[in-house]
Write a protein that binds this ligand. Structure first.
Ligand code: SAH
Length: 349
């Protein structure tokens, strides 16, 4: 089945589509250039195409609807976008510039069904999968909005679970990576999963050099099941074994995201258990001080406690980094994404 929006198509699919009504297939390359190199966000802008073709494409292969409802700029330079989709669902995308890179954090689903007990994205429940075009559309729209600052990295760490929308996400990854598409190196794309084991196993066989992050967040089944209900379906033993297989098959390091919650995930026992899970294979831990979410009572540890936990892991031979929270003032930080934005800063209609 041919997808019904232009940004869900590969160049080959677009060629096949254009070939049918007698259009030459080099047109597909021309259109891809307009989309991915010249940042055209409508057919109107594609001045080298005939008016007739533009009208026809607009009818048969429209752009996915991503209406900018709000844009919030944090004092730290992070910008959060809220988009309205064709069925009025809403999603968010976060642009995070630093000195050396600019990372775009994109959503893969409207809502989330996994209900992690520290994350705002699951509170309103799951609505639907995003199409490939809605995923790509986030990237192209922010690219145009933020130019001339270029997006250097893309992380699937917005709302939703990428491995619960496997096909659409994988197609988006390939389009982002392809030379005629967004043309970003696979190594600069990160997929993050809450631990959907069949997804990790399938992903290991894709032959892509994409980064894999796993939201681990707790070092034993008892605590992990409490914080992340997905652990009841895919407990730690299965999860870790699928990650090891992934590391072996791809020869790539797996990053484990680990949330720091005061007095809960930062104890010495937790460090010992976590180190036990990591020892002896290609992995590293990214520590994330938990970001406040109104509905949940968890608080981050003090800076001192956080670094004590990090040192404790390092003393056990574990490679780890500490994530600096970004965009907390506009609820754009990890786990704070939801479609209702408490608004004091400049909203856009
Ligand atoms: N569903 C995928 C993609 C979302 S990524 C996944 O779970 O990996 C969003 C990241 O932010 C995940 O690592 C998530 O666990 C983390 N996160 C969620 N709530 C958070 C909070 N309150 N503080 C810090 N990180 C949080």
């Amino acid at each position: 089945m041919i997808p019904s929006d232009i940004l869900s198509l590969t160049q080959e699919e677009l060629s096949a589509f254009l070939a049918a009504p007698g259009e030459k297939s080099f047109r597909s390359l021309q259109i891809f250039e307009w989309l991915y190199k010249k940042s055209a966000l409508s057919y109107e802008a594609m001045s080298s195409l005939s008016k007739g073709l533009r009208l026809q494409l607009n009818e048969q292969l429209p752009f996915p609807v991503l209406k900018e409802l709000q844009r919030h700029a944090s004092t730290d330079g992070t910008t959060k976008f809220l988009w309205g989709l064709s069925d009025h669902e809403m999603i968010e995308t976060v642009f995070i510039p630093t000195e050396k890179r600019a990372t775009l954090c994109i959503s893969s689903q409207a809502g989330c069904k996994f209900g992690c007990q520290f994350c705002a994205s699951g509170i309103g429940g799951w609505k639907r999968n995003l199409t490939t075009g809605e995923i790509i559309g986030q990237v192209l729209r922010v690219k145009a909005a933020m130019a001339p600052v270029a997006i250097t990295h893309i992380v699937f760490m917005g709302v939703g679970e990428p491995f619960d929308n496997y096909e659409n996400v994988m197609k988006a990854v390939r389009l982002l990576n392809s030379e005629t598409g967004f043309n970003i190196a696979a190594r600069r794309i990160t997929l993050s999963t809450c631990g959907v084991v069949p997804g990790i196993e399938r992903f290991a066989k894709e032959g892509l050099q994409v980064e894999l992050s796993v939201s681990l967040h707790a070092p034993n089944d008892e605590l992990r099941s409490r914080l992340m209900p997905v652990n009841k379906k895919y407990p730690l033993k299965e999860l870790m074994s699928s990650c090891r297989i992934y590391a072996e098959e791809t020869n790539r390091q797996v990053t484990f995201e680990y949330i720091l919650i005061k007095d809960l995930t930062t104890t010495t026992k937790a460090a010992e258990e976590l180190a036990g899970l990591m020892q002896g294979w290609l992995s590293k831990v990214n520590l994330i001080p938990c970001n406040p979410v109104d509905e949940f009572a968890y608080t981050p540890p003090s800076r001192e406690e956080a670094f004590r936990f990090k040192a404790d892991l390092e003393a056990r031979g574990i490679i780890c980094t500490m994530r600096t929270p970004r965009g907390r003032d506009v609820s754009a930080a990890c786990g704070q994404l939801r479609h209702l934005v408490k608004s004091s800063s400049s909203g856009r209609a």
